[in-house]
Design a protein around this ligand. Structure first.
Ligand code: XMP
Length: 326
């Protein structure tokens, strides 16, 4: 029978056998999946693990600080943060097609890990001067939706599966590859990963890059970040975090519509609220949020973010839509 304990024992033994005394890096996003993968590998090889947190410039407001704080407090694992904003934004210049964005982001993550590996070798003196193993928190649904499942179509390339470059030099360690999110959360709790990390709502590796419909520019990211922060604040204040699976906020940078503010015409962009309820992200329903919460989010966003003059609600289940817009 499946228990969190038995999976942990099995994976710890397998990781030890594979890694020996080599040094290992883990791509950490601060989310549930990579945190639990890191905790599992840490249980197996302890100090031979260094986590790399890539700030790709596609994070939400305050996210980098929050991840750094939560890890310093709760995990006891060495984390190196690298600021790679320029790398990602340069690579994404002029790109609007969703799969192209995903492939670029997947590739630049790996390039960032390669660059960081040199720092790890210097700072922790990893034996042999190079690092062979990269830990990723890939889950079963990531594999299926990237077309890796049996007979599965490629719905979208998750950054850590279908988005990987062909010239990947690392050997991947993916201890969660057969699991769903609820199982990963159970394993995380068993491993003592702090509740505020285990219970965190999903956020995709490609971040806000796949929530700007259109070109991912610093300016579009700034607008989306401001709107997203307001939506998250109001959902938390209404006590709804535990009820929704996640609520992407999406900026339709390619769409403009006419509005009126004060005594003037505006020609701004819509943002979409995409609150969803789900068990495992393979299917989802749109969450029936209270009207007063929606009203507050809408009023606050349009007051505070001048580039946005319309807030719309996505009322589509998955299928036929997916959770993220790209
Ligand atoms: P979709 O949009 O496929 O999303 O219905 C399903 C779940 O997966 C998250 N998601 C990703 N997570 N890398 C990730 O780590 C990705 O490339 C990625 N794409 C989507 C999404 O937020 C939702 O929870």
């Amino acid at each position: 029978a499946w228990t969190a304990g038995s999976i942990i024992d099995e994976q710890v033994a397998a990781i030890r056998a594979r890694v020996g005394d080599a040094h290992v890096i883990c791509g950490l996003s601060g989310g549930v999946d990579s945190s639990v993968a890191a905790a599992l590998v840490h249980r197996a090889v302890g100090d031979q693990l260094t986590c790399i947190f890539v700030d790709h410039g596609l994070l939400r407001d305050g996210e980098r600080e929050q991840v750094e704080r939560d890890y310093a407090e709760g995990m006891g694992i060495r984390v190196i943060t690298v600021d790679e904003t320029d790398r990602f934004l340069t690579a994404l210049t002029g790109v609007t097609e969703p799969e192209a964005k995903r492939k670029i982001i997947g590739r630049e993550f790996i390039r960032s890990f390669e660059a960081a590996q040199r720092r790890v070798v210097e700072e922790v003196g990893a034996a042999g001067g190079e690092i062979r193993f990269l830990v990723q928190g890939t889950l079963y649904p990531d594999v299926v939706e990237s077309g890796g499942g049996e007979g599965a179509a490629n719905i979208k390339s998750h950054h850590n599966v279908g988005g990987l470059p062909e010239d990947l030099d690392f050997e991947l360690i993916e201890p969660l590859r057969a699991l769903f999110k609820d199982e990963v959360r159970a394993i995380g709790r068993e491993l003592g990963v702090p509740e505020k990390i285990v219970a965190r709502q999903p956020f995709p590796g490609p971040g806000l890059g796949i929530r700007v419909i259109g070109e991912v520019t610093a300016e579009n990211l700034r607008v989306l970040r401001a709107a997203d922060a307001i939506a998250r604040e109001e959902l938390s204040a209404a006590g709804l975090d535990g009820e929704i699976w996640q609520c992407p906020v999406v900026l339709l940078a390619d769409v403009r519509s006419v509005g009126v503010q004060g005594d003037g015409r505006t020609y701004g962009h819509p943002v979409v609220l995409r609150p969803v309820s789900s068990e495992d992200a393979m299917t989802a329903d749109w969450t029936r949020l209270p009207y007063d919460v929606l009203a507050r989010i809408s009023t606050r966003i349009t007051n505070a973010v001048p580039e946005v003059n319309r807030v719309v609600l996505d009322v589509t289940s998955k299928p036929p839509a997916t959770i993220e817009w790209e």
